[in-house]
Design a binder for this molecule. Structure first.
Ligand code: FES
Length: 108
C-alpha cells in the first residue's frame, strides 16, 4: 500500500533555490532534485535512470539536466531521457510556489 501523499507537499523555500543550481530535497516520494531554470522550477527524481547517481550533482543547460556520471541529458519538463546511455525517463512532480514555499504534488 502506497503512503505517498495526494496533496501538495512543502519541500523548500523558493528563495533558497538558485538559478541553474540543482538542490536535493527529501520528500515522501524519496530524494528529489529541484531545479530553477529561466522558464520555471522543476522537480525530477534525484537518481539517474541509468545508474545510482544523483542528478542534483549534474549540470543544467536550458530545461535539461545532465547526469554527472555518463552525461545523459534529461528533460526537466517531462523526465524523458534525451541522450544515451540512459533510455528510461526519470519521475517528475508537479511544482507550485505557495506563499514563497515550493510544493510538490505527484503526477499520478
Ligand atoms: S549514471 Fe547517469 S548516465 Fe550513467
Amino acid at each position: 500500500m502506497s503512503t505517498a501523499p495526494t496533496a501538495m507537499v512543502p519541500v523548500c523555500p523558493a528563495a533558497e533555490l538558485a538559478l541553474n543550481e540543482p538542490r536535493q530535497v527529501e520528500t515522501p516520494w524519496g530524494l528529489v532534485a529541484l531545479v530553477r531554470t529561466g522558464t520555471g522550477i522543476y522537480a525530477v527524481a534525484d537518481r539517474c535512470s541509468h545508474d545510482d547517481v544523483e542528478l542534483s550533482d549534474g549540470f543544467v543547460d536550458g530545461d535539461t539536466v545532465e547526469c554527472p556520471a555518463h552525461f545523459s541529458q534529461f528533460c526537466l519538463r517531462t523526465g524523458a531521457a534525451l541522450t544515451m546511455p540512459a533510455v528510461e525517463p526519470v519521475e517528475t512532480w508537479t511544482v507550485a510556489v505557495i506563499d514563497g514555499v515550493i510544493h510538490l504534488g505527484s503526477r499520478q
